[in-house]
Design a protein around this ligand. Structure first.
Ligand SMILES: Cc1ncc(C[n+]2csc(CCOP(=O)(O)OP(=O)(O)O)c2C)c(N)n1
Ligand SMILES: [Mg+2]
Length: 294
């Protein structure tokens, strides 16, 4: 797979991702000292910690990569986060983009605003730990795992220009509703409906327990997803530099596939059900976090 993406752009994507990750960790842990200008002490840490850091670097990684293809190709795309419990990630992105401060001017893009952004997360009088109505751009809060993919399909029916990028957690994938909703692709009309791009996020765990789809062999997983009617593209690894390139190249290929299927259908009509692409993203849970605490 080829992509025209250059080193400079990849470095910018990485910088954006690291900033989003920092802003996410800050929301989960920091009560004060948002830019770590002072030596970190216990007084700067929230007394009660809430939030799912584990899922967040993956959500942030997907977010920045989708933003690249959206802006480059002027796509009409919606981001659906099955692991909506990665709330700090989506809030961090809204803040980085400037939307958060537009809606909440007191959460400004400076040190004071950042301190407030961090303090308010899952704090009395603040904001919820999940993506919620308070999150700018959010149109639906879930809470119960299992419905991301059926919502994604619901969003694209009779909405032919929309691509719903749907992040599915590997734990979420074990729920009955999610396991069934892979089949919603059978109801999609490539002429009159939009497209769902499932992104199965294999970070190996649901909370801290092992997941089935991350433990079966590559071939078995591939066969399963092909059996559901998808063409899976695998993006696997832990070295951020390699992973940025692989994700960018894969997303370019996937968007090309989608556009090719759409164009062919417009030309010759619906002859048979197309096999839509999907992405399997395998990254470590809590990616980039410290391995040990001293
Ligand atoms: C139906 C349901 N059961 C349990 C929960 C509690 N819960 C929240 S997150 C989570 C683990 C999710 O794992 P996964 O989908 O793999 O997401 P990850 O955090 O690993 O990205 C669980 C069990 C829930 N929200 N909904
Ligand atoms: Mg998981």
């Amino acid at each position: 797979m080829k992509s025209s993406i250059g080193k400079k752009e990849l470095a910018l994507i990485d910088a954006y991702w690291r900033a989003a990750n920092y802003l996410s960790v800050g929301q989960i842990y920091l009560y004060d000292n948002p830019l770590l200008k002072k030596l970190l002490t216990r007084a700067h840490i929230k007394p009660r910690l809430l939030g799912h850091w584990g899922t967040t670097p993956g959500l942030n990684f997907i977010y920045v990569h989708l933003n690249r293809v959206i802006t480059e190709q002027d796509l009409n795309m919606i981001y659906i986060a099955g692991p909506g419990h990665g709330g700090p990630g989506l809030v961090a992105n809204a803040y980085l983009e400037g939307t958060y401060s537009e809606v909440y001017p007191n959460i400004s893009q400076d040190e004071r605003g950042m301190k407030r952004l961090f303090k308010q997360f899952s704090f009395p009088g603040g904001i919820p730990s999940h993506v919620a109505p308070e999150t700018p751009g959010s149109i639906h809060e879930g809470g119960e795992l299992g419905y991301s993919l059926s919502h994604a399909y619901g969003a694209v029916f009779d909405n032919p220009d929309l691509i719903a990028a749907c992040v599915v957690g590997d734990g979420e994938a074990e729920t009955g509703p999610l396991a069934t909703s892979w089949h919603s692709n059978k109801f999609l009309n490539p002429l009159t409906d939009g497209v769902v791009l499932p992104i199965l996020h294999l970070n190996g765990y649901k909370i801290a327990n092992p997941t089935v789809l991350a433990r079966i062999s590559h071939d078995e997983l591939e066969s399963l997803l092909v059996g559901y009617g998808y063409i899976p593209y695998f993006v696997e690894g832990h070295d951020p530099q390699k992973m940025h390139r692989l994700m960018a190249v894969t997303l370019d290929a996937v968007i090309r596939d989608i556009q090719r299927i759409k164009a062919a259908t417009r030309r010759v009509g619906v002859k048979k059900r197309p096999l839509w692409p999907m992405i399997v993203l395998r990254t470590p849970k809590g990616w980039t976090g410290p391995k040990q605490m001293t």
